[in-house]
Design a binder for this molecule. Sequence first.
Ligand code: PEP
Ligand code: MG
Length: 655
Amino acid sequence: MERSTIVRVHEGLHARPATRFVKLAKGFESDVELVKDGKAVSAKSSVKLMLLAVKENQEVTVRANGADAIEAIEALIGYLENPKAGLDDEDPQPAGDAAPEPAAVSAPAATAGANGLRGVAASEGVAIGPAFAHYPPDIAGQGRMLQDSEISGEIDRFHAAVAAVQARMDRALAQDSLSAGDRGIVAALRDIAADDSLTGEVEGLIKGGNDAISAVITAASTIAADFSAVDDHYLNARADDVHAVGRQICLVLLGQDDVSLENIPQGAILIADDIGAWDLARAPLKRIGGVVCGHGGATSHIAIIARSHGIPAVLGLGDRINALRTAREVAIDGNGGHVIIDPDVATRADFAGRVEAAANERAGLAVFKTVTPKLADGRIIEVAANIGSLEEIEAAQEAGAMGVGLFRTELLFMRHMHLPSEDMQAETYAALAKAFAPYPVIVRTLDIGGDKPIAGIEFPDEENPFLGWRGIRMCLDRPDIFKRQLRALLRAAVHGNIKVMLPMVSDISEVRQTRVLVEECAAELRGEGVPHAAFDLGVMIETPAAVLIAPVLAKEVAFFSIGTNDLTQYIMAADRLNPTVAKLNDVANPAVMSAIELTARAGVAAGIMVGMCGEAAGRPDLIPVFVKMGLTELSMSPASIQRAKKTIAAMAAEG
Ligand code: PEP
Ligand code: MG
């Protein structure tokens, strides 16, 4: 018995809706299959179902065979035809949803002495501490064929290991302390561990004479390869989930524990070839003394997280990161990009002295927390914070932020396995507005591109994602996503201090089209009787085109915010994530400084606010130059705020 339908589930049967569909299917005795384009898979395996890559608006057939086939078909078709099935903002992302970090890069040769390395100075500060190497060990099977008499025992051992992994995950899920994001990751991994496609494949391999560990490694690799082969970025990222689950099962079989960031000792230097921004964000950051990584660059998200928590970081070491595998102690200088392995007595003393001096400087800066920096001519310079989540509000407030100059909304989208709803976004923006009132909160509309795919948006394969379909370009092509964000922002604007800015603007039509959408959204909300208010609309100046049309843009927007991270890479044609061209990626280069000056001149002439939210806004050597150009708002990582206030106060004292 079978019935066909068009899938209306929002964004299709991606992980969570697939898991729920499977749960529903398992409630029936009948064998149930889902068929798409002639390919049939068991509806009781979420892995198989995900691999079918069923999208919204595609035709599928539900096939059932058994005593309750009619009921099963009825229920499953009902699920597929419900656009809201699987939509629930409390469902956070499964593992692997974090923005992928940049690809491996070769870095310049080591130059820092016999046991010293040089990488990209990604987050300032010095630190010395025990090395905490995060190199998950490779796992290998026994490499011998089992005797027939061993097979059933080995299958039992495998099932016991799966049960142990699931029990561990269930215990984690039962903890109140687990954040919503972590909960989603653990739940998704547990589903995979229990999936018939993994257990079936492993059992088959053990029956063929493979030991359980070899079988798990092979089965996980096969399934992961299937995920990698699907033409869907979101599903590609699930390959990592399968590897992660396989690894957990193998560790139980070996009786070993995994390397976890949870156990990082106080003040340790975290050493990793690569670490996902999402993993770092939820690590015990207060305990991490410094970060050294093979991947990443000065404006990669690992760097931004490290800076916002005041953690010194040296990134982009490339393969030379392997030299730190056996280090016991590491000293790092995040200002110069130096890493010293097992420092000698003199180096230790030097670093200890510098760490102490930095702590004293921090203590001396604390008095600037409540200072409102004012120039001799009476102009107030707003020193605001760049943040990407509500969790960072506290650090920004503790630093003395005068509002938020850049709220990156990407994390909101990356944390979830589907697009965040309007209600959820409105609540987030409103929480920010309330936390910082009466200071302004500038929310940047979604700035995402093919370099960081997210669930629910299909990105084309692009040779140059940084020059491609990202930021405002993508949003204008997807009014369904953009309008949801704009409606949420209009709703949050009732608090009076929300401003909105557009990323990656390169043509005036992008501002005009956005205004039309904003008006459409306002009219809809009016019609629905939903309270809302207008907001100031500004643009980021981060493309050379925006600099060159700044006088035109200035007539149509309420403010400029200069995004020096992207502006520098586009002006200098030097990838911001590539350490080999890090020297060119310098905001102080005259070409970039003159672009900033042109922008400031256009904004000041038009009487609009000109601010800056790129990382350069926190540089004490450049702040006086920017302020003299006419910038009145500087937004930066919370860790830089007090020093920036001090710099401006010193300028005022000099007159
Ligand atoms: C910038 O480009 O300067 C900026 C602030 O935005 P992001 O770093 O998020 O691209
Ligand atoms: Mg940018």
